[in-house]
Design a protein around this ligand. Sequence first.
Ligand code: NAP
Ligand code: GDD
Length: 368
Amino acid sequence: MSKVALITGVTGQDGSYLSEFLLSKGYEVHGIIRRSSVDFRERIAHLEGQPNFHLHFGDLGDSMSLVKVVGKVKPTEIYNLAAQSHVQVSFDSPEFTADVDATGVLRVLEAVRACGLEKTCRIYQASTSELYGKVEEVPQNENTPFHPYSPYAVAKLYGFWIVKEYREAYNMFCCSGILFNHESERRGETFVTRKITLAAARIAQGLQDKLYLGNLSSLRDWGYAKDYVECMWLILQNDKPEDFVIATGVQHSVREFAYYAFKHAGIELKFEGEGMNEKGICVAGPEELVGKVLVEVSEDFYRPTDVVNLWGDPTKAKAKLGWNPSKTSFEELVKIMVESDMAKVAAEGAAQKVRMNLAEYLEKGIVK
Ligand code: NAP
Ligand code: GDD
């Protein structure tokens, strides 16, 4: 039987890599996109027009659209990646976040039941390490208690539990991947890693003076998105529907990420001071930058409640799925992202000078 995958959130970072991965495995891939006044989907533009790649309009806030697409496509696997995925934004738009990230999951499950596919369609839910939130133990595994610490995490917790409920109540093959942070050259520009690599590239090329960040001591377990999408697929190929933690097992701070990112861009930073007064000063690199403060801390990027100690234990995924969490190291990930942004910034050239730093623009609340 031919394998037919339906991906919600196909235009996002993970949706684009997962589409490529499933196409390479011979799947017929269908993606759900939202209606928009502009018709440009940067991350999947290279896939459009391929014979096995199809797009359908739909929205996680609209059950009817989901029932129509699921009924038409009759997928054998659904990957529910669509979400309002930014933690800071969830404080600004908590209701929208709950509708998409919590009730949206229920709508997908119900669409599968309404179309009579509950015995034939396997469902992957994009769950998150944010569920551990104000962490109760380190490192975190499948048995660690949850303590969500943002409107985003609370909404995702509903998604996690409703998937488990449908698995037990209706015997559906639906499961959650509890994924720790994963990044790439396609990462949204307001997430901290991409904000840093883009800024390092701009500063190195004389197009930006300084980078403002929030909590530099926050700790994350960062992996490469391209490696993580394979795991989503492996979770659905497992004999039994089970939930898995997907992580590298290695932890770094935001400060360390910034240090290595600037280093790859040819700038050596030294961090001095503490808390709001901490600064990243250029101690080696282009002559005109040496001695200058390139990284500063701004209150604008602090969250009302922040998750500061994420560190995953991927033992179960290694043992049961045969997944290799060390494919791309932290250093390689930073290098991939910086090299991509150095090339992007160079190509965009002078146009960058007039382009406001999108990350600061959004996060300072100028655009809501
Ligand atoms: P992303 O780049 O922000 O992509 C989110 C996707 O969801 C986009 O395609 C977006 O469409 C779509 N979307 C948002 N609201 C929607 C709605 N109402 N209806 C339909 N589609 C909607 O996120 P990502 O990094 O790829 O993450 C994928 C999933 O994994 C998300 O659920 C996220 O919460 C979760 N997750 C991510 C990480 C990580 O580190 N990346 C870790 C754990 C879990 P538009 O293009 O139209 O905006
Ligand atoms: N975005 C951002 N911007 N974060 C900053 C900044 C800044 O200027 N300065 C410090 N940080 C800190 C945040 O406070 C947080 O502790 C950490 O950097 C990571 O922030 P993000 O990159 O925005 O990611 P996240 O961990 O909050 O959420 C991402 O990972 C989750 C998995 O744990 C998202 O992809 C979520 O969708 C995902 O579930």
